[in-house]
Ligand binder design. Structure first.
Ligand code: ZN
Length: 193
C-alpha cells in the first residue's frame, strides 16, 4: 500500500493541518488518519514541513490523535460558520492542552546573551498533542481570531488562515479549478439560453 497524498499545506498552523486530515463532507469524506500507519506517516510528513518533533509511533495513540483531530475540526468548523461549538469539544481541547503544560526557559551564555525557549513538561504523544491543542486555542482566541476560512474551491473543505485580504482558496490550484468551474458554468448557461 503506497502512502496517501496527505492534504498538508505546509503554510498553516499545526491545528489547521490536523483538522484538514478530515477531508471532504458527507459520503465523500476521507479520513487521512484512519490507520495507525497513516497516522505515523502523517506526523512524519508534518514534522518535516513544520519542524516539530513527534515520536515515531504516534499511531499507537490513534484514539487520542483522532479525538483531538475531531474536536479541533469541530471548533474550526464552528468558527468559520459563526456558531458556538458543542461544549464537549471545547473541554476536550482544554484537557489536551492542560495535560502538557509548557514553560519559558531562560538560557544565558556569554557569547549569545539571554535567549528564551518554550520547554515541554511532558514527552511523547502527550507533548505533541498538547502543543497542537494549545495552537488551536491561540488560533481561535489570539491575534488571528476571525481569520480562519474554509476553501471555496469545488469539492474542497480545507481550512486555512486568511493571510492576505483576497485569499479565498487553500492553495492556488484550488483557485484555478474554481475559476475554471465558473468559466464552464457561465458558458453552459450562455449556451442553454
Ligand atoms: Zn482548496
Amino acid at each position: 500500500m503506497s502512502n496517501p497524498d496527505f492534504p498538508i499545506l505546509g503554510t498553516e498552523p499545526l491545528a489547521v493541518e490536523l483538522a484538514n486530515t478530515l477531508y471532504g463532507s458527507g459520503n465523500e469524506r476521507i479520513d487521512f488518519l484512519r490507520t495507525a500507519r497513516w497516522i505515523d506517516e502523517w506526523f512524519a510528513s508534518v514534522s518535516t514541513e513544520h519542524g516539530v518533533t513527534a515520536p515515531a509511533a504516534m499511531g499507537r495513540d490513534a484514539g487520542r490523535v483522532r479525538t483531538l483531530r475531531d474536536c479541533v475540526h469541530s471548533l474550526l468548523s464552528a468558527a468559520v460558520d459563526g456558531r458556538t461549538p458543542d461544549e464537549a469539544s471545547v473541554e476536550r481541547v482544554n484537557d489536551f492542552a492542560a495535560s502538557a503544560p509548557t514553560h519559558l526557559r531562560l538560557d544565558w551564555t556569554g557569547a549569545q546573551g539571554p535567549v528564551s525557549r518554550w520547554r515541554d513538561t511532558t514527552t511523547g504523544s502527550t507533548a505533541v498533542l498538547g502543543r497542537i491543542a494549545t495552537c488551536c486555542i491561540e488560533l481561535l482566541a489570539g491575534p488571528e481570531a476571525g481569520r480562519v476560512r474554509r476553501c471555496q474551491g469545488p469539492g474542497c473543505s480545507m481550512f486555512f488562515v486568511k493571510s492576505h485580504p483576497r485569499r479565498r482558496w487553500c492553495h492556488p490550484s484550488c483557485g484555478h479549478r474554481d475559476r475554471q468551474a465558473r468559466y464552464y458554468r457561465r458558458h453552459l448557461t450562455a449556451g442553454a439560453s
